[in-house]
Design a protein around this ligand. Structure first.
Ligand code: ARG
Length: 472
């Protein structure tokens, strides 16, 4: 049996040590402010800051000794600071509690992670738009109920994902906004008796707002739930994309080939190329949903304010960020390396009765009410299925048996005319798809210009940097 006091039960250091950068930055900003308002002396503040710089170096060069006895990242760093500079280190905790400290660290972590996630989302959007532009003319079947429905452009299909990812980006901007609140000064619960300059701390750390209620600030984890829910929705989108890649690369569809880099062989069946990256993306979606439900459940019964239950937020958040980033990267890699079998796509769009709606619309243009036209073409298409022929194989004489209104111009209907006929805003006609591409591009530019105004050039530069390092 584990002895009480020696047990690891309360220890979080194995995972919360990844907050060290934020913890040190937060402490340095806090100490700087304490000396500015005269709560501690400037030489003491300088000594503390130097000590913290040294600790950062030790951690980054793997020389730092983490101790489970000191439970978490905050205590480990403070203990080491005491070792280095002695009792002066104790001043670091003036007007601060671990409760507002951990809230700060998590907010800084979420802000950084969100910027990275946004970089990867924009990169995937770029990749999809590039394919939509370069393979703009490829026709394929559009599906409902996984049954072939109507011909569409492959670019239209891919741009549907661009819309989803653009909304994901909007959600992550919202996450950034939600986490952009500086909680230090809240103390353990009630605020602080010292004349703190909270705005000064916020400014140093790049926060645009300070928390308005100390009790809320130490116990709020909504901003984490925002991150977990935006991540869950984004994973759902990546999972749907992955599912399509899995289907499309099967022999049954044969629409695409995934590059060897993103497939693996079977240990038994030599011919197989399994779409493991897509399957793992689909599979990991479950974990990310689980993390959201876990934290929602952790939160639901907590009285104000801080409760130790809140320590359980970290693994869910870290795992979600790591998983989402990995899956965004995998999807970008898979998409920019697929080979598209445009003949198979086209053939699938040509075969069967995908033009049935166009035939019905044709009869409508000759004066038949749509419901009636639907009945007529439905009988023709039943016959086509039972004779195992395509709709386009019917001669005019045969068609006229179903409806007198058919004429020679019905043979002008084909996959291309069907696509071009959907020339409504949001439709699959080529010029609408081209418009959508330019809209998407300028919308993203606007989103980034807006962000630059709100959060500054550095943050947007970081997004662009990630985007260009991951763009393939
Ligand atoms: N490791 C703790 C956490 O992650 C830090 C805050 C501890 N505060 C306390 N009053 N015990 O939540």
């Amino acid at each position: 049996m584990m002895k009480k006091g020696k047990s690891n039960f309360t220890v979080s250091i194995s995972y919360d040590k990844r907050l060290y950068k934020y913890d040190i930055r937060g402490s340095q900003a806090h100490v700087h402010m304490l000396s500015k308002v005269g709560i501690i002396s400037e030489p003491d503040a300088n000594e503390i800051n130097k000590g913290l710089d040294l600790i950062r170096e030790e951690i980054e060069s793997d020389k730092f000794q983490w101790h489970a006895d000191f439970e978490d990242v905050h205590m480990n760093i403070e203990k080491r600071l005491t070792e280095i500079i002695g009792d002066v280190a104790g001043q670091i905790h003036t007007a601060r509690s671990r409760n507002d400290q951990v809230a700060l660290d998590m907010r800084l972590f979420v802000k950084d992670s969100t910027v990275e996630i946004l970089g990867y989302i924009y990169s995937l959007i770029d990749i999809l738009i590039n394919i939509a532009e370069s393979k703009g003319k490829i026709a394929m079947p559009g599906y409902t109920h996984l049954q072939r429905g109507q011909p569409v452009l492959l670019s239209h299909h891919l741009l549907a994902y661009v819309e989803m990812l653009t909304r994901d980006a909007e959600r992550f901007w919202q996450v950034l906004h939600a986490s952009d609140v500086m909680p230090l000064g809240s103390g353990a619960i009630a605020g602080s008796p010292y004349p703190l300059d909270r705005e000064f701390v916020a400014k140093q750390l790049g926060f645009h707002r300070v928390s308005r209620n100390s009790m809320d600030a130490v116990s709020d984890r909504d901003f984490l739930l925002d991150l977990l829910s935006a991540s869950s929705i984004s994973m759902m989108h990546l999972s749907r994309l992955s599912e399509e890649l899995i289907l499309w690369s099967s022999d049954e569809f044969d629409f695409i080939k995934m590059s060897d880099e993103y497939t693996t062989g079977s240990s038994m069946m030599p011919q197989k190329r399994n779409p493991d990256y897509a399957e793992l993306t689909r599979g990991r979606t479950g974990r990310v949903y689980g993390n959201l439900i876990a934290l929602l459940t952790t939160m639901k019964g907590l009285p104000l304010t801080y409760n130790r239950d809140l320590q359980e937020d970290k693994e869910a958040v870290f795992d979600t960020v790591d998983t989402l980033l990995g899956c965004l990267d995998a999807c970008g890699g898979m998409m920019s390396n697929i080979a598209i079998n445009k003949i198979a796509m086209r053939n699938a769009a040509e075969k069967g009765s995908l033009l049935a709606t166009d035939y019905a619309d044709y009869l409508v243009s000759k004066g038949l009410p749509f419901r009636k036209a639907h009945q007529v073409v439905s009988s023709i298409s039943d016959k086509a299925i039972s004779d195992n022929v395509d709709l386009k194989n019917f001669t005019l004489t045969e068609l006229k048996k179903y409806c007198e209104l058919f004429d020679n111009d019905v043979f002008l209907i084909n996959v291309d005319s069907s696509i071009e006929a959907r020339n409504v805003f949001g439709g699959t006609a080529t010029n609408r798809v081209n418009d959508a591409i330019s809209h998407n591009k300028s919308f993203i530019k606007e989103q980034l210009a807006q962000a630059e105004k709100l959060y500054g050039v550095e943050l947007v530069a970081r997004i662009n940097e990630i985007q260009s390092s991951t763009g393939r």
